[in-house]
Structure formats: structure tokens, C-alpha cells
Design a protein around this ligand. Structure first.
Ligand code: TXA
Ligand code: MG
Length: 315
């Protein structure tokens, strides 16, 4: 699908109405969430969902997250157990995606789940995403709005730079406050972490009163989209670098002399919010070799390090 003119919509009533109208006729609309910008389509419409895979160049075995306005809407599509109810009560709306058994009568396109019998679902906590879900009135399938394998977008400008001629519209809601994708927890069997993200895994373990099974446990299913190379800026990335070597640009963390700094004060929340914007900026600067300061592997630092490891992985 190629579109001559992509609409940039305001996050106001007129913009939201237009966005909902585009979704209703099977189009693609990028919208802000608290985590990253999503690329939305009607999750019940095969042709619209196929358009998401096509626009992103995403492998069709990699299923999508469905966005709904509240728990009641989520229960129309998935079967909730005790663990899922506890997590939804504690963290929704918010940056937590639950993988749950798909209800047979859900009416969700099979392309969304890539044929799995589970569905990834979340209730976003962003005024524009919430308003769009309300005005549209249906389930919205939305991966991050970046070309497959590249850095996720945290501004409308990032979306336009990556997918500008492949989608119908973007709602400009400013910068995404969390800046990292949602944490994904499977509740379909033993509760398991499938992707570190915007809700620290420690907070989830505290809510459940037990640690979560980890994604590197070989006995557990993995999120099919967890490809080794992902979030890749154009330059080569070297991690845990105390300083830059000749020819490298330093992406710092904490009080270091760096070209760009995730958080000069060493604040992980700030670093999470800035990570993807910094990677986009390194691309814009034409950085060919990128050194990155060590980031502590606790709280949001786990999700930051997960993204950085994939950014540094061989391509
Ligand atoms: O914060 C977010 O989660 C953002 C915003 C837009 O909501 N969305 C996002 O979507 O990050 P995406 O497509 O970039 O990542 C979705 C991840 C993929 O790794 C996919 O494999 C996994 O969710 N996933 C989806 N359905 C699944 C399922 N049924 N079982 C296991 N993993 C699933
Ligand atoms: Mg993504």
C-alpha cells in the first residue's frame, strides 16, 4: 500500500473522528501510547491487519498486540484466570501486555495471532490512545510503528521518517512518556516474562508474590517477535563501554563526558524515555560506530539493556 499523502492529525475531536473513520474503512493509523507509537488497524479486519505486516515489512509469524479501552473489553476476547485478574487490576491501564487464551468466539483476525491460540492484549494509559479506542469502539491491533527490525518511534516525526509513505495517518500526541514497549507476561500457563518493558519485572513479581519465569528458560514459549537483532540503529553498537574509542560516538549514562546522554544524573526512568529518541538521533547524525555506557540491570534498566543488546546484535 502506498499513499500519496499521509495525514497528520491533531489529538482533538476532529482528528480522533477522522482517525476512527480511517480505521473503520480498513486503513492504518499510527497513534501515541504511553510506551511507543503504535501502528493501528481494526483487529477484526483481515485485509487491514495484512496492511500492518505489509507496511512494516514484518514477518507474518510475528503476532500483534490488541489494544482495548478496559478490562471488560479485554474479557470479550480472552479468558482471564486469577493471575491475569491480579495483574490487570494492578497495572491496567498501563505498560503491561498479557498473553491469554483467545476466546473461540472472539472475532479477532487470525493474522493478528499468527494462528496461535493465545492473544496478546493491553489497555494503554495515554489520553490519545484511550480517546481513539473510545471513538472507534472496537479492538485495535497495533505493533510499534517502525519498519520491522528498526528502532521504535517515540514521536510522530519518527513514525513519518520510518513509515511516512506506507500508512494513512498519524495522530501527533507529542513524545511518549515511558519510551519503551510494554512488558509482556504470558498467563496462558506458568506466568512467564516474555519481554522486559515499561513495567519493571520486580513490580510484577511483588504483585504476584513470586518471581516470574524468565524468557531465557528453554522450557518456555517465547514471544515469536523477540528476534536477536532488533531496534537497530544504522551504526555498529558496542555495549558496556567506559569511554569512546577513536571514531566512536558515545551514548552515555550517568556523569560521563558523552556526545549524547540517556540521563546525566543516572536516572533509569529518564533513560528509558530517551533511549529510542537517542538511537534515532544517532542515525540522524550519521554515527557509524556507537559506544554505550554501562546501564545497571535493575528495574527499567533490564528493559533498556534488552533493547541495547538487540541493537548491538549481529545483523
Ligand atoms: O508497548 C507496546 O507493547 C507497543 C504499543 C504500540 O502498544 N506495541 C508493541 O508491539 O511493542 P510489537 O508488535 O512491536 O511487539 C509485540 C510483541 C512481539 O514480540 C510479539 O511476538 C509478541 O508481542 N506477541 C504478540 N502476540 C503474542 C502471543 N500470542 N504470544 C506470545 N507473544 C506474542
Ligand atoms: Mg516492535
Amino acid at each position: 500500500m502506498t499513499h500519496e499523502e499521509i495525514l497528520t492529525l491533531g489529538p482533538d475531536t476532529a482528528g480522533l473522528r477522522k482517525a476512527a473513520e480511517i480505521l473503520r474503512r480498513g486503513g492504518l493509523v499510527s497513534f501515541p501510547t504511553e510506551t511507543v507509537y503504535g501502528l493501528g488497524a481494526d483487529a477484526r479486519d483481515d485485509r487491514a491487519v495484512a496492511g500492518i505486516y505489509e507496511a512494516k515489512g514484518r514477518p507474518s509469524f510475528n503476532p500483534l498486540i490488541v489494544h482495548v479501552p478496559d478490562l471488560a473489553a479485554a474479557q470479550v476476547y480472552c479468558d482471564f484466570n486469577d493471575v491475569a485478574h491480579r495483574l490487570a487490576a494492578a497495572f491496567w491501564p498501563g505498560a503491561l501486555t498479557l498473553v491469554l487464551p483467545l476466546r473461540p468466539d472472539a472475532g479477532i483476525s487470525k493474522l493478528v495471532t499468527a494462528g496461535l491460540d493465545t492473544l496478546a492484549i493491553r489497555v494503554p494509559d495515554h489520553p490519545v490512545a484511550k480517546a481513539l479506542l473510545d471513538v472507534f469502539g472496537g479492538p485495535v491491533a497495533a505493533p510499534s510503528a517502525n519498519p520491522s527490525g528498526r528502532v521504535s518511534p517515540t514521536t510522530a516525526a519518527h513514525v513519518l521518517a520510518g513509515l511516512g509513505n506506507r500508512i494513512d495517518a498519524v495522530i501527533d500526541g507529542g513524545e511518549c512518556p515511558v519510551g519503551l514497549e510494554s512488558t509482556i507476561v504470558s498467563c496462558a500457563g506458568t506466568p512467564a516474562l516474555l519481554r522486559a518493558g515499561g513495567i519493571p519485572v520486580e513490580a510484577i513479581a511483588a504483585c504476584l508474590g513470586a518471581p516470574l519465569a524468565q524468557p531465557d528458560d528453554p522450557a518456555l514459549p517465547v514471544a515469536p517477535g523477540q528476534l536477536a537483532s532488533h531496534y537497530a540503529p544504522k551504526g555498529k553498537v558496542r555495549l558496556n563501554a567506559p569511554y569512546a574509542e577513536a571514531g566512536e560516538v558515545l551514548l552515555g549514562f550517568g556523569p560521563v563526558d558523552a556526545d549524547l546522554n540517556l540521563s546525566p544524573s543516572g536516572d533509569l526512568t529518564e533513560a528509558a524515555a530517551r533511549l529510542f529518541a537517542c538511537l534515532h538521533q544517532l542515525d540522524a547524525m550519521g554515527a557509524e560506530a556507537i559506544a554505550v555506557s554501562p546501564v545497571p540491570d535493575i528495574g527499567l534498566g533490564r528493559a533498556i539493556n534488552d533493547r541495547l543488546r538487540r541493537a548491538a546484535a549481529p545483523r
